[in-house]
Write a protein that binds this ligand. Structure first.
Ligand code: FAD
Length: 499
């Protein structure tokens, strides 16, 4: 170890972001050389929502050495194969955004082009009938992907639904076993060094003073360090994503146990349904500028499918992110760094990215500006890419039954998103920018699902006989249906693997 090494880290906050950060530091740093302390306040508590994920979370757990079945047992977790969207394009519309791919690309031409070609046939099944994940999900079935790349089930990808509070507790045990110190108490003051502007110390209500070389702000929407102490500005994206409130309430578990999230568009926002082993998580994300809280509660309660447990909780937020996630000797991870509504379940993924980018740019005591700038560039880009994908769901609507939807369909959108839509309309092409999170199948599922159709399919298909195309599509659909027949139900799978 050199003298110029960070020896003490403090994490402010013990929600999902705080304990994920603590677990990662405890796994990757040598506890005998580096001290990690996490401060959390029982009086303040955590936001306590965040139940649906995307497949990348498995990599985070794997990096920690956590066994999947242990994790699912500890968090009452279930499997997730995608999201079913209702009422987004038009009232009554339904489509599925699956993990994994649709069909198989052939002759160097993307599968969806074959599907677009088949639209002129009198009988054309929906795009999702060529997705293993969607076909299994619709029948409440689940299986792990096959390791044989030739098997149709090799295209399965999955994530999890779980109880976010239990996940934080699970990671807390993990991190404490690996030497992370936990301090319970409310921070009343944060002091900075007048010369450098760096954070020096935290002072708790109890009078305890905690110093460190480096600080993580995982204090949630309060943003105690990055905002209240360091004054880093927030980019407000509510003109593109006008929802600013959420009400959440769990309900009793229902049958069958579905392996997918539901996102049901409502009058001025949307409602989620997330099945875990012991209950269903429900929430209503809405814009208070278009809907009052009382009506929002009524919509939520009118649209749950089982008995509510407790009373709805309201959370306010502003969609956007920090100008800088890393400023001075502080990195903001989780809600303190930014928030994009959970329509595509990306917040925990963004926490994961915040941690892994930090690890890959791990600084010495006085981090050079180029490292800090690179971290901020990468995180801002990541947030913007996810932002564009979420805006697409609102912009691509033909709904005009409420002021909210009329606003969304008429709003101007970022140029980056407009370009993607224009390119898709002109021949159905989608390209992945800069290794962005959402890949071609995701963009295609949402664009077609919300009635954005290209003016034509790929002209290269003109050379392939129509009967060959039909035969290939039929055989894919038949083999997927046959594979799903053999699968266990999701409930059986969970019972045997992770109850
Ligand atoms: C409505 C809603 C739905 C969501 N759904 C999903 C989803 O489906 N999937 C997904 O990936 N993400 C989702 N998220 C996001 C997810 O919940 C959060 O990203 C995640 O929980 C991280 O929260 P956090 O740890 O940053 O903040 P919090 O959970 O709020 O934790 C903040 C911590 O800071 C501590 N703290 C604050 N101030 C002080 C102080 N003065 N002194 C001491 N301690 C302090 C608190 O006690 C707490 O421990 C959702 C978020 C919302 C709002």
């Amino acid at each position: 170890m050199t003298k110029n090494t960070i020896k003490t880290f403090v994490i402010v906050g013990g929600g999902t972001a705080g304990w994920m950060t603590a677990a990662a530091l405890s796994r990757m740093l040598q506890p005998e050389h580096v001290s990690v302390t996490l401060v959390e306040s029982d009086a303040i508590g955590t936001v306590g929502v965040g139940e649906a994920t995307i497949p990348d979370i498995a990599n985070f757990n794997k990096m920690l050495g956590i066994q999947e079945a242990d994790f699912l047992k500890a968090t009452s977790g279930t499997f997730k194969l995608g999201i079913e969207f209702s009422n987004w394009g038009k009232l009554g519309d339904k489509y599925f955004h699956p993990f994994g791919t649709h069909g198989v690309d052939m002759n160097g031409i993307d599968f969806h082009q074959y599907w677009l070609h088949s639209l002129s046939d009198s009988n054309h099944p929906p795009l999702e009938s060529y997705s293993m994940c969607a076909v299994a999900a619709k029948q409440a079935k689940f299986s792990f992907p096959s390791s044989n790349p030739r098997a149709v089930t090799s295209s399965i990808r999955y994530a999890y639904h779980f109880d976010a509070i239990k996940y934080a507790t699970f990671l807390r045990e993990y991190a404490q076993q690996r030497g992370v110190n936990r301090v319970e108490g409310t921070i009343r003051q944060v002091s900075t060094n007048p010369k450098t502007g760096n954070i020096d110390a935290l002072e708790l209500e109890s009078g305890q003073r905690i110093t460190a070389d480096f600080f993580f702000d995982c204090s949630g929407l309060r943003a105690l360090l990055i905002d209240k102490t360091l004054g880093v500005q927030y980019k407000d994206w509510s003109h593109w994503l006008p929802c600013n409130s959420a009400q959440a309430i769990p309900t009793e578990r229902t049958e069958p146990l579905l392996p997918f999230t539901k996102a049901i568009a409502q009058k001025a926002g949307w409602q989620w349904r997330i099945p875990t082993q012991h209950r269903t998580g429900n929430g209503h994300i809405y814009s208070r500028d278009f809907l009052d809280d009382e009506e929002a509660t009524q919509i939520l309660l009118d649209n749950v499918d089982a008995k509510p447990i407790g009373e709805p909780r309201t959370i306010r937020f502003t969609t956007g992110c920090r100008d800088q996630f890393w400023y001075k000797n502080c990195v903001a991870i989780g809600l303190s760094g930014g928030f994009l509504e959970p329509l595509e379940s990306t917040s925990i993924y963004l926490i994961q990215q915040g941690i892994s980018r930090f690890m890959s740019l791990f600084p010495s005591l006085n981090a050079s500006e180029v490292i800090i700038d690179e971290y901020n560039r990468l995180m801002c880009r990541e947030f913007e890419q996810v932002r564009d994908f979420i805006i697409l769901h609102y912009k691509a609507t033909e709904r005009d039954d409420s002021e909210f939807w009329r606003y969304c369909s008429a709003m101007t959108i970022p140029d980056t998103l407009q370009h993607k839509i224009d390119l898709f309309k002109a021949g159905g092409r989608v390209f992945r920018d800069d290794n962005e999170l959402f890949t071609r199948p995701s963009w295609i599922a949402v664009m077609l699902g919300q009635n954005i159709y290209p003016d034509n399919y790929d002209p290269m298909l003109a050379n392939i006989p129509r009967s060959d195309i039909q035969r290939s599509l039929n055989s894919m659909s038949v083999s997927m249906t046959a594979a799903v027949e053999k699968m266990k139900t999701h409930a059986e799978f969970i019972k045997q693997y992770a109850k």
